[in-house]
Write a protein that binds this ligand. Structure first.
Ligand SMILES: OC[C@H]1O[C@H](O[C@H]2O[C@H](CO)[C@@H](O)[C@H](O)[C@H]2O)[C@H](O)[C@@H](O)[C@@H]1O
Length: 597
């Protein structure tokens, strides 16, 4: 059985990622890209669906893990009755057309008997590959269909009943290394690469990026870890940003709310960019702007809310029926039907991010402005229609308040771009629409008896996305309607002190079961407290939230307050973005500086 979600650590090369368990098992690894089929899928089934274990033979009495400072190089120290070893895991950024993962065992104390077990199952835990020993006996190749994985091992490996295993022992001061390389199966088996040099390269590359972080303040280490995690989810070659490293980690243990997040949502990517910009990083924004121009090219009516990593449009959803699912949470989904949805908010998130990018120093780009004008031309014709909204409900379209507000944001940022940066466009027309949307939302999206904005026009349900209204400047934080909305959310959407997205028992999301508290929304409440001058409340909630991170500083999407564990895809960009923004906003408020962005 897979471990608790928080017991995994992330490694990656910015083409793909792997999840390494506290027990030394890599239980999820997609090759060669974030959204490829995994060759290790034990996370979503059993160890027979593929994994790579390196662990002591005897009982582990203590485990301590950490990232090498300012890197994504994971160190796991395991102590047994006979000694302590350190397992170093990382992936090596940027070798062309290949993916490399390295594992090194170092003896720290005593002498520890160790074992390794490799179970390759390509095609999402199903296909048993053809495994052969390398001619020099120093490793193996595993081949199935288009994929080849080569393992170089200082330990002798042998085939045993559809898996590969080896035993060894490590004394203090000794090291034993393993290297994995993926390549296309028609290619020649490559030469062995240097594992130790690879670890040094990965360390150096991550440090040189992370040490440029210009952020400061009390939460700098926490913010840095989140930024490194976001960077790991950013594809180095295309600039695309995936929402999370996994598919189908459940929003309810044993439930059906399991989705594939290994794609680029315009919303999530925009939020991620805002965090990078707020923290002072610009090159990611530049790369993503180019990604966006390519992805949305064509008829503006055909814009999708999400794309594949390189801008692919077809993300058809299917279920992997041979996988049992994480703790029996079925189905395991690949692809995402949300790609077909209408979500009006993405126009606002895009226009806002590009406006903030310009303010933050990104140079004028005529093509990018033309793309924005085309998108607004489309939004003019559809903003008044219902949509599936930020939460991608599957129970039918509604007149969501948040969606309308974000349509307002789209026109507002375009108008400001003309006013502040000298772009050209139909500004009078856009001013008229901006006012029309504002009036409509205030008239139909606010319930006077509840003294609160509501989820959708005419509804009496609440929604945590309403917390974004002040953050995007729709109304000031001291507006009585916003104070009333925050009070209503505190009253109705708090569960054990954290924020739920909406009330799932309202039954209009088209799904059965329920879900955990939504971590990003909880950080948005911190933001609202900060904006409203409720400094103590902000710090108190922020403190409780960061206590939910795992020992490596990683967050999934949601938290199950009853079982006290992380749930949902992991690690998730949305949550880490919200953490970064909340910390930077609190820091700015504390020092009397304007809020970042
Ligand atoms: O809740 C139902 C929907 O859940 C997923 O969407 C959520 O994740 C997205 C990626 O982080 C985020 O952009 C969205 O706001 C969230 O609601 C899932 O991807 C959808 O298919 C599903 O309908």
């Amino acid at each position: 059985m897979a471990l608790r979600i928080e017991d995994y650590g992330l490694i990656g090369d910015r083409q793909t990622t792997a999840l390494v368990g506290k027990d030394g098992s890599i239980d999820f690894l997609c090759l060669p890209r974030f959204d490829s089929d995994p060759c290790f899928a034990a996370l979503l089934g059993t160890s027979d669906n593929g994994r790579w274990l390196i662990a002591p033979e005897g009982e582990i009495i203590k485990t301590h893990r950490y990232y090498r400072e300012d890197t994504l190089v994971l160190e796991t120290e395991m102590t047994t009755a006979t000694g302590t070893i350190r397992l170093t895991d990382c992936m090596v950024p940027h070798p062309h057309d290949t993916t490399r993962l390295v594992r090194q065992v170092t003896g720290l104390d005593g002498n520890v008997d160790m074992k390794t077990e490799l179970v390759f199952r390509f095609g999402f835990g199903k296909i048993v590959p053809w495994v052969q020993r390398l001619p020099d006996g120093k490793g193996i190749t595993a081949v199935a269909g288009p994929d080849m994985v080569v393992i170089w091992s200082e330990v002798e490996l042998e085939g045993r009943d559809h898996h590969t295993a080896g035993e060894f022992s490590v004394a203090a001061g000794e090291t034993v290394t393993f290297g994995l390389e993926w390549l296309q199966s028609h290619r020649r088996v490559p030469h062995e690469f240097d594992v130790k040099a690879s670890i040094a390269t990965a360390t150096e590359k991550w440090q040189s990026w992370a040490r440029r972080v210009p952020v400061e303040g009390r939460w700098v280490e926490i913010v840095k870890r989140s930024l490194i995690t976001l960077k790991a989810l950013t594809h180095w070659e295309t600039g695309g940003i995936v929402a999370a490293a996994t598919t189908s980690l459940p929003e309810e243990l044993g439930g059906e709310r399991n989705w594939d997040y290994r794609y680029c949502w315009l919303r999530d990517a925009s939020f991620t960019l805002q965090a990078f910009l707020a923290a002072g990083y610009r090159e990611e924004a530049k790369a993503w702007r180019l990604w966006l121009d390519r992805a949305v090219a064509g008829n503006p009516d055909d814009i999708q809310i999400m794309y594949g990593i390189a801008g692919e449009r077809r993300l058809a959803e299917w279920t992997v029926d041979w996988l049992a699912g994480y703790e029996n949470s079925r189905p395991v989904r690949v692809g995402n039907a949300a790609a077909e949805q209408r979500q009006l908010d993405v126009y606002g998130e895009l226009l806002d991010t590009l406006y903030q990018g310009h303010k933050g120093g990104l140079k004028h780009d005529e093509n990018s402005w033309q793309v924005r004008c085309n998108l607004l031309g489309n939004l003019e014709t559809i903003w008044a229609e219902p949509d599936e909204g930020i939460w991608e409900v599957r129970g039918g379209r509604q007149q969501f308040v948040h969606s309308k507000v974000m349509a307002w944001v789209a026109f507002d940022r375009a108008i400001r771009s003309i006013e502040e940066f000298g772009y050209e466009g139909p500004v009078e027309c856009w001013r008229g629409i901006r006012q029309q949307i504002h009036d409509q939302v205030c008239a139909h999206g606010f319930d006077t008896s509840m003294n609160s904005f509501v989820q959708a026009y005419g509804s009496t349900l609440l929604d945590a996305s309403l917390l974004l209204l002040t953050m995007v400047g729709f109304l000031p934080p001291d507006d009585p309607r916003m104070i009333g909305t925050v009070a209503a959310i505190e009253r109705d959407l708090l569960q054990d002190g954290f924020v739920r997205r909406y009330n799932t028992s309202g039954g209009n999301d088209g799904l059965s079961g329920t879900e955990g508290v939504f971590l990003a929304c909880s950080f948005w409440l911190v933001d609202n407290y900060t904006l409203m001058g409720r400094k103590d409340d902000a710090e108190e909630l922020f403190g409780r939230l960061i206590a939910l991170r795992n020992d490596l500083g990683l967050f999934s999407e949601e938290y199950d307050t009853k079982n006290k564990r992380q749930i949902g895809n992991f690690p998730q960009a949305f949550t880490h973005v919200a953490l970064v923004n909340a910390a930077l906003r609190m820091h700015a408020a504390e020092h009397g500086k304007p809020a970042p962005l």
